[in-house]
Structures are given as structure tokens and as C-alpha cells.
Design a protein around this ligand. Structure first.
Ligand code: IPE
Ligand code: IPE
Ligand code: MG
Length: 245
């Protein structure tokens, strides 16, 4: 008989990788130095999820609001994404990681978009870990996009508008085919969601740490999972009902 998955291990973790700029500032270096340093923590998080048997890891790499940053920082980030895809995809693929870029990809330069689509295509058969990289992503965009896609499907006659319920709308959101979000982690000390997975956060457990993203290591992630394992997820029920199963 197959082992029952341990409910104390989240199946789907999302991380707001925040604090790169402050990490660099502490070292009197430019902000982009922090973004470069943050790549090591991404590798750590992927290895950690593979070891723990987490099914999906969703990383916030670039928000729809981050275009408002200085042009030099935005272009440095684009350059970094391009290089990171070229450098990391072989190893991720070798480790059975399925990569998906989620967000409005239309806004990216054709070269970068082609690399993103190439990485998604190449790793599409992998099953060890779903790694979703949220780029030009906004939670409100995700909901509005789902609503538009659903309306288009209804107009094609696939279902009537009266049948458009939560479950159906959910099927048009970015991460619909993956386990529900269990654990939301934000590093860098801010206690806010910053327009990340608004729809998916409905019943996620929230975890905030002051650790700046480039300083995140296995121990820091283990602490988040230990904290998660102690939570009682009631989904509206009473503690007694949960204990009774
Ligand atoms: C998060 O770190 C990375 C991105 C938004 C791309 P920040 O760049 O926001 O770092 P802080 O918050 O300024 O320290
Ligand atoms: C959220 O961090 C976006 C990413 C980590 C990619 P920000 O640093 O952009 O969020 P705010 O501006 O502090 O809310
Ligand atoms: Mg920040």
C-alpha cells in the first residue's frame, strides 16, 4: 500500500523572496548585488522541497508592480533571469523539476520569453517538483485573467454563466492544476502580501520571517515547516471537530 502523504508537510509552498536590496545595502553594495546573491537561496529552496517531498514551490520573482523600479534595476533583473535560465535549467531538469513561469509573459522581450517557453516545454514531463516562477505576476491580474478566460469559454458555449462557480473560475487561474496552497512564506520582515496569490491564499497558512532572502538557508526553511506542522487547520470547523477527524 502506498504511504499516506504526511499532512504536516505542506504540498504547496509559495515564497515572497524579499530583502535582496536591503541585504546589499548592509554590505554597501548596489541592489543588484543582492539579487545575484539571492539565486543561491533559490537553489537551496528547490533542494529543500525535493528532499521533503513538497509537490509545488511557487516563487515570486518579479511582480507586476516591480516595473516601477529604476530602469537600471529592471534591466539588471531581466539580464539575471535570462542568465539564470541558461545556467540552471540543465540541473533542474536532471533533478526532475518541472518549471513553469506564471504571470503575464507578453510584457517580456521576445528573447527572454522564448527562453521561458523553452524551459517550460523541456521540463514539462518532470514530476519530482513543480517549480512555478511568478514573473510579471499580480494576484489581481490572475483573477481578472481567469474571469476573462471563463467569459470567453462561456461565450463559446462551453458552459452557461449560471454555471460559473468558484470551482470553475478556479480552473482558469494560474496554478489550478496544482495542489491548493498550504504555506505562504515571506522573508525580509514585511508583513504584507504585495499582490501575490490573492485567490490561492484563501486558506493558506502565513509565515513571516525577518531573515533577508539571500540569507535563507535550509535551517530557516526547516523552521517554517516546523511552525506549519504545529498549526491546526480548521477550515471553519471547531478544534473538537478537527480532532475527531
Ligand atoms: C525582492 O527583494 C526581489 C525583487 C522584488 C525582485 P527587494 O529588491 O524587494 O529587496 P528589498 O525589499 O528592497 O530589501
Ligand atoms: C514583492 O516584493 C515582489 C517580489 C518579491 C518579487 P516587493 O519588495 O516588490 O514588495 P513591496 O513593494 O515591498 O510591497
Ligand atoms: Mg522588497
Amino acid at each position: 500500500m502506498a504511504a499516506k502523504p504526511d499532512a504536516r508537510v505542506p504540498r504547496h509552498i509559495a515564497i515572497v523572496m524579499d530583502g535582496n536590496g536591503r541585504w546589499a545595502k548592509q554590505r554597501l553594495r548596489p541592489r543588484t548585488f543582492g539579487h545575484h546573491a539571492g539565486q543561491k537561496a533559490v537553489r537551496t529552496a528547490v533542494e529543500f522541497c525535493l528532499q521533503r517531498g513538497v509537490a509545488s514551490l511557487t516563487l515570486f520573482a518579479f511582480s507586476s508592480e516591480n516595473w516601477s523600479r529604476p530602469a537600471t534595476e529592471v534591466s539588471a533583473l531581466m539580464e539575471l533571469f535570462l542568465k539564470a535560465i541558461d545556467r540552471e535549467v540543465d540541473e533542474l531538469h536532471g533533478n526532475g523539476v518541472r518549471i513553469r513561469f506564471v504571470g503575464d509573459l507578453e510584457a517580456f522581450a521576445p528573447e527572454l520569453r522564448a527562453r521561458m517557453l523553452g524551459a517550460m516545454e523541456r521540463t514539462s514531463g518532470n514530476i519530482a517538483l513543480n517549480m512555478n516562477v511568478a514573473v510579471n505576476y499580480g494576484g489581481r491580474w490572475d483573477i481578472a485573467n481567469a474571469a476573462r478566460l471563463a467569459a470567453e469559454a462561456a461565450a463559446r458555449g462551453e458552459f452557461s454563466l449560471a454555471e460559473l462557480d468558484e470551482q470553475r473560475l478556479n480552473s482558469f487561474t494560474c496554478l489550478a492544476d496544482q495542489p491548493p496552497l498550504d504555506l505562504f512564506i515571506r522573508t525580509g520582515g514585511e508583513r504584507r502580501v504585495s499582490n501575490f496569490l490573492l485567490w490561492q491564499l484563501a486558506y493558506a497558512e502565513l509565515y513571516f520571517t525577518d531573515t533577508l532572502w539571500p540569507d535563507v538557508d535550509q535551517a530557516c526553511l526547516a523552521e517554517a515547516l516546523d511552525d506549519y506542522a504545529r498549526r491546526e487547520r480548521r477550515y471553519g470547523r471547531t478544534g473538537e471537530q478537527v480532532a475527531a477527524g
